[in-house]
Design a protein around this ligand. Structure first.
Ligand code: ADP
Length: 603
């Protein structure tokens, strides 16, 4: 058992470790999956923005000529896709070089050209703040700037003269230049205004559906402006309660050149020195940026994407799974431990039964031999004429009869036991005069009672109702109880047999008690004495012969007649067995009340 317990303990520790390791791996896997998914969300959004900005790319030549034919062709191509057409609510061009002051143009969707039209107040306001002048160096002059306030994208239109991009002293840590460098002249600004309604109600939900319904868990997605994180512009569902910190958070627009930060590096905050201008540092990047002019970089206001697991956080979700995994595996261990315990208990019982059977065989052979040898020697004496006179012969006759009965009852017990479980069908259950059955049993036991020096007291109600039972089976039960009282109660020299009517449960019954003042039975053994082959310690110690089958058979017989046998006993004081049998038709009586006062007689 100790070995098995140790193995189970080791198994429990291994399972705990294993489950913890699986959970750690699962958490890492989910984190990576989420990182990839948010990246893909951003990429899809970025691709839509960049496509739109490529369509509305206006250079200084186009602006100078106001010839929109080049633009119209690509605009028509792009707006054939209804999703594209809906993405943009309007496009404005601020032509700074127009002769009559600063000319304000806006997109004529029908014609696919730009026409004169005053800017709405929100556009003028944004333009006044000059978002394209945000830190960013050269890149800012040739890229689109995303602005979350609009929301939309802006791009300054520069006219470049030769030598505009030769490196100068615009190094790290210096304030960004407000003025274009000599050689590059700001000639206009293009503004793409996004259709907020479409972005919030169609684009974002579609992206969430495509990328952030992972492994069956619909992540809670929030998109908010960097300037006002408390007021999100989009939420994928009701807020989840859990960690304050989201499981993943990224900016929806990142400069393509500074996106790949070193792992662990914190995102830029306001007030940080501007990052080095990658285009100034690398001629390769500069060439790339010039051939890819639709690149988009974040402005002062950006949208940020925050994602949280529906369980509150990724950690909470993994912990819940881990807890249930642990419970399941420990549950399996407990079942395993229980089964092993039951197996051991069954083995123990089988071994005990085998031992009892061996003792039974030894005991039975001895029990059988004793009456047989007594009968043989008594018969020899009689046959050899050793016995003289009538009283002597009578004594011998009684001796032979007693031993023969003992032998017969033992054989009967063994046969009954080997016949298996008795059932009601085997017996002839009918109304039975219980008083005469008791009297018959006591008459047969009289010799044994007298020779054991026992004083018999009777309290048998002569008006007892009939019981429902089988005469032979009832007599066998009582014989066993009486013979036990003789065997184990001889030291007390007293025995009482009583019978009365009681109401047990919901039917009248007859209770027959056999009481003695003998050895008594310890309470620990009282349940076991009804098991086959079980013999009490005091019976074994006092070397009182027996097979251990009597009570087990008596109880089986009583049960098959819908009766019961119970024992009350105290060591050294005595024992009382009560056999109850259902009464035949009876007048109603109150519970446990005797119908008739028992008549006390004594032998
Ligand atoms: P046996 O008498 O052959 O041992 P039983 O099944 O009749 O078998 O009894 C089982 C055990 O119950 C006995 O071995 C004895 O220890 C205990 N027992 C039965 N009747 C009495 C009694 N009247 N007083 C004390 N012990 C008893």
């Amino acid at each position: 058992m100790a070995g098995v317990a140790a193995i189970l303990g080791i198994l429990a520790v291994l399972q705990y470790r294993w489950t913890t390791q699986i959970s750690d791996n699962e958490r890492e896997r989910l984190r990576t999956q989420l990182r990839t998914a948010t990246g893909q969300f951003r990429q899809d959004f970025y691709r839509d923005m960049v496509t739109a900005s490529a369509v509305f790319q206006v250079d200084s030549e186009l602006l100078a000529e106001h010839d929109w034919t080049r633009f119209t062709a690509r605009y028509e191509d792009w707006s054939r896709n209804p999703a594209n057409a809906e993405l943009v609510s309007n496009v404005y061009i601020w032509d700074m070089r127009a002769a009559a002051g600063h000319q304000e143009l806006q997109l004529d969707r029908e014609a696919g050209t730009f026409i004169d039209g005053a800017f709405p107040p929100q556009i003028s306001k944004v333009l006044k703040s000059g978002p394209w002048r945000a830190p960013g160096g050269t890149l800012r002059r040739i890229s689109w700037t995303f602005d979350a306030i609009l929301p939309g994208m802006l791009r300054p239109v520069y006219r470049f003269r030769p030598g505009w991009n030769t490196p100068r002293d615009e190094g790290e840590g210096r304030p960004p230049r407000e003025e274009p460098p000599p050689g590059a002249e700001l000639v206009g600004v293009v503004v793409i205004e996004l259709n907020t309604n479409f972005v919030v109600h169609q684009l974002f939900p579609a992206l969430v559906q495509r990328h952030l319904s992972l492994s069956g868990a619909a992540y809670h997605v929030t998109i908010f402006p960097t300037t006002d994180p408390a007021h999100p512009i989009f939420e994928s569902g009701p807020a989840v309660h859990g960690d304050d910190k989201p499981d993943a958070e990224i900016s929806l627009v990142e400069s393509p050149f500074v996106q790949n930060r070193t792992p662990g590096q914190r995102p830029r905050r306001q007030g940080d020195p501007p990052p080095p201008d990658p285009l100034r540092q690398s001629p390769v990047l500069r060439r790339y940026a010039l051939t890819f002019p639709a690149a988009m970089i974040p402005g002062r206001n950006n949208w940020r994407l925050a994602v949280q697991h529906p369980a509150g956080s990724l950690k909470a979700a993994v912990d819940t799974t881990r807890r249930s995994n642990l419970m399941m595996s420990f549950g399996a261990l407990v079942i395993l431990a229980g089964s092993i315990f039951l197996l051991f208990a069954a083995m123990h019982r089988t071994r005990a039964l085998a031992k009892m059977q061996m003792e039974f065989v030894a005991g039975v052979s001895h029990e059988l031999r004793t009456p047989v040898s007594v009968i043989c020697s008594a018969a020899d004496n009689l046959a050899d004429g050793v016995v003289d006179g009538k009283p002597q012969v009578q004594n011998y006759g009684q001796l032979i009869r007693g031993e023969a009965r003992r032998l017969a009852s033992m054989v009967e017990q063994i046969l009954l036991f080997s016949a298996g479980k008795p059932n009601s069908a085997r017996y002839n259950l009918q109304p039975l005069d219980i008083v005469s059955v008791i009297e018959g049993v006591l008459r047969d036991a009289n010799t044994g009672i007298t020779s054991a020096g026992i004083k018999l007291e009777r309290a048998i109600d002569p008006d007892l109702p009939h019981v429902i039972g089988d005469g032979g089976a009832v007599a066998r039960c009582l014989e066993n109880l009486v013979s036990n009282a003789i065997k184990y109660g001889a030291t007390g020299g007293w025995m009482r047999v009583a019978a009365s009517t009681v109401v047990g449960g919901h039917r009248p019954e007859v209770a027959i008690t056999v009481e003695d003042h003998g050895l008594g039975i310890p309470s620990s053994e009282q349940r076991r004495i009804f098991e086959p082959f079980y013999r009490g310690t005091s019976a074994l110690e006092s070397q009182i012969h027996g097979t251990g089958l009597g009570l087990s058979l008596a109880r089986k017989l009583a049960h098959s007649m819908k009766g019961t046998i119970r024992v009350e006993s105290e060591v050294g004081k005595g024992t009382r067995f009560t056999l109850t049998l259902p009464a035949a038709d009876m007048p109603t009586v109150t519970e446990h009340e005797s119908l008739n006062e028992p008549v006390h007689t004594a032998d």
